[in-house]
Design a protein around this ligand. Structure first.
Ligand code: NAP
Length: 344
């Protein structure tokens, strides 16, 4: 059976996912698209999926009986509406991060999914599908490092566009670390603190950069993450897990070491898309396979909610200068049997 997918949002990542789902991955086809910019949606459909129907609204796409599953790649503030509508229609939905733009909206989705009694929602936290993170997790899960004690991370971008403002280092960049570190450690966060180092001269007057974010987990692990989005040398993701018996380092992306002009050097990536390009393929292939097998198994609506609550605590911590508790309550038992659960 081929999974017939409808994609809402034909912007940057929407186009990439349409290409993957329609032309690259196994077992799926894109049969419908929608974007608030209908002209753009028609252009993308003509180019990438000539047979696909272009719907005038996301709701019409979800209601289309030919659509078996929905992919939401529209602007963040629209996610809640489209994910809730998909749940109501009983259709599996893959939603790019963020699940929704407020913790309250994420909780609405959690409650609707639990009430539906079916695992329908997966959130696009693709780092869990990255080979290097999976290798690092293996070292933690098989006990090779002993119990994790500390984690040191960095999330560095060479630059960010002008639309990247305010607290987006926390609300837009950092959520990838929020999710992947919970998953790596099989642990949840209990508090957040944000320390602002000296501001780099490479940032704009209206954008704080860098941030140093400190998280504490329920098991007592201390995590520090540098989020530095005007880091002139390139896109660089670092993660070092210090365990009681050993230290695990996230493998570097493969690149050739050269000896030239009296230097020994590696290239450093400049574009975040290249760093995780394979993980998007693995993520969506596993999603297709799991939907066809009858149950979504990837990052859940609860994970999306946890990321949102954690990001809110970090924003509060930044502006108050305090250590902010992360209080989220117990995860509904409904999510216990999902294999990718951080603390299953
Ligand atoms: P984008 O290029 O701005 O695309 C978003 C598209 O959604 C635009 O074409 C926009 O149209 C459309 N849209 C807005 N409101 C809509 C509505 N009510 N109904 C249907 N379409 C609507 O943004 P993007 O970079 O692709 O990002 C999209 C989402 O993916 C964001 O949530 C982002 O955080 C996430 N993302 C995740 C990753 C990852 O690593 N997992 C990477 C990139 C993006 P207009 O332009 O006309 O408003």
């Amino acid at each position: 059976m081929t999974l017939r997918i409808g994609v809402i949002g034909t912007g940057a990542i929407g186009q990439e996912h349409i290409e993957r789902l329609h032309n690259k991955l196994n077992g799926s086809t894109v049969v419908a698209v929608n974007d608030i910019n209908q002209v753009q949606a028609e252009g993308i459909a003509t180019k990438l999926t000539p047979q696909a129907r272009v719907h005038a609204s996301g709701q019409a796409l979800i209601d289309n009986p030919d659509v078996d599953a929905v992919v939401v790649t529209s602007w963040g503030p629209t996610h809640e509406e489209f994910v809730l509508a998909s749940i109501k229609a009983g259709k599996p939905v893959f939603c790019e991060k963020p699940l929704a733009t407020t913790a309250e909206a994420c909780l609405n989705i959690v409650n609707a999914e639990v009430a539906s009694g079916r695992h329908l929602v997966q959130v696009g936290f693709m780092r869990r599908y990255d080979k290097s993170y999976r290798l690092l997790k293996e070292q933690i899960d098989n006990g090779n490092l002993g119990a994790p004690l500390m984690v040191h991370c960095a999330h560095r971008n060479p630059s960010v566009p002008d639309v990247y403002t305010g607290d987006m280092a926390i609300t837009d960049s950092f959520p990838h670390e929020i999710d992947v570190l919970r998953w790596l450690l099989n642990d949840d966060y209990v508090s957040a603190q944000v320390i602002m180092p000296r501001k780099t001269r490479h940032t704009r007057a209206d954008l704080d950069d860098p941030h140093m974010i400190l998280l504490e987990t329920a098991k007592g692990v201390r995590i520090d993450v540098e989020v530095f989005v005007n880091c002139p040398y390139g896109y660089d993701i670092q993660c070092q897990v210090v365990g009681e018996d050993g230290i695990g380092y996230l493998p570097e992306p493969m690149s050739v070491l050269t000896r030239k002009d009296a230097r020994l050097s590696h290239e450093i990536l400049q574009d975040w898309k290249l760093r995780f390009i394979e993980s998007y393929d693995v993520e969506l292939q596993e999603w297709i396979d799991s939907v066809k097998a009858g149950e979504v198994r990837g990052p859940t609506a609860w994970d999306g909610y946890f990321a949102s609550v954690t990001a809110d605590a970090c924003v509060e911590a930044k502006h108050s200068g305090r250590i902010v508790p992360i209080e989220i309550g117990a995860r509904p038992a409904f999510y216990d049997r999902i294999s990718s659960n951080p603390s299953a």
